[in-house]
Design a protein around this ligand. Structure first.
Ligand SMILES: [Zn+2]
Length: 303
């Protein structure tokens, strides 16, 4: 009997330790080497007055309910809603797309199940046809496959802008199932530090979650400023609470550079303190998506 109790105690402690290690740990450090130079971004677009984008739309492609601690380490087992979205940066009759979602087959095969929004995906496909440019927060399938599966891929080819690091991540792009040989034809964007991509839009490389992750700064004509950070965190609570994804996800599932991502989380936290007017937009944060579209700050349909 004593042996059984001893075994149960050791097994319980072991499971508790694994839970803490893989689900709870993941705090951002006190200091960070990652710089988000908002003043530099502002300087790069200061001469764009008159040509700045005028509004932003966001459409929903998918959503899943997942335990909170799988999204933000150590936040318990209540459910959080993760969304899969794409954005349209509108300049009058022209627009740029950020990310392109994924089609239903891939969403259900590789994704975490949940709901697929065919109407949102169709809006993205229509928008790809008329977009002036398409770029990506990073190369993961849930952000790029909408382009890979586009029926008019040959026609939209010239406006797809991968970065060099995104294009070199062949393993990830293979999951999005781009046609054989298609990716070899691109000349990627290459930049160091800050890069003005278009009027009111600046890129900042942020390798960590993936090698090709980047932040995208957008300044609108009304002065509103947004920083699209893709998947550096999966919920804005990660930035507020200074916590990344749990190690079960970060290390075991994604194989991301956890220490680098946590430094970026610290940098985003510091940015939110110092520049509270700059809205940090987190791709998969269902609460923020509802707030931005519900308040009308982002339109909820593509035009
Ligand atoms: Zn993602």
């Amino acid at each position: 009997m004593r042996i059984i109790i001893g075994f149960l105690v050791i097994a319980t402690l072991g499971l508790w330790g694994l839970k803490i290690y893989y689900l709870d740990l993941g705090s951002a450090p006190e200091t960070t080497a990652f710089q988000i130079d908002i003043e530099g971004m502002r300087a790069l677009v200061k001469d764009d007055k008159g040509n700045l984008p005028i509004r932003i739309n966001a459409v929903l492609v998918g959503s899943s309910e997942v335990p909170s601690t799988m999204v933000v380490a150590g936040t318990g087992f209540d459910e959080r809603r993760m969304v899969r979205v794409a954005y349209q940066i509108v300049y009058g009759s022209r627009y740029v797309l950020i990310d392109a979602g994924a089609d239903e087959a891939l969403d259900q095969k590789v994704g975490m199940g949940g709901t697929f929004y065919a109407e949102g995906y169709e809006q993205i496909q229509r928008a790809l046809d008329r977009a002036a440019a398409v770029l990506f927060t990073h190369e993961h399938w849930d952000h790029t496959a909408g382009v890979a599966r586009a029926p008019n891929l040959e026609r939209i080819y010239a406006k797809i802008h991968f970065t060099k690091a995104q294009l070199e991540n062949k393993t990830e792009l293979a999951i999005a199932e781009f046609p054989a040989g298609f990716l070899d034809r691109f000349t990627p964007i290459e930049y160091e530090g800050l890069h003005r991509f278009a009027s009111g839009m600046v890129l900042l490389g942020a390798a960590g979650h993936t090698p090709g992750s980047q932040m995208i700064y957008v300044r609108l004509s009304d002065g509103a400023e947004y920083l699209f950070v893709g998947d550096i965190v999966w919920h804005t609570d990660g930035i507020r609470l200074l916590r990344g994804r749990p190690r079960a996800i970060s290390r075991l599932l994604l194989g991301e550079e956890e220490d680098v991502v946590l430094q970026q989380v610290r940098a985003l936290h510091n940015l939110s303190d110092a520049y509270s007017d700059v809205e940090v937009v987190v791709s998969h944060d269902g609460d923020q998506f509802d707030e931005l579209t519900g308040s009308g700050r982002f339109g909820s349909r593509f035009e």
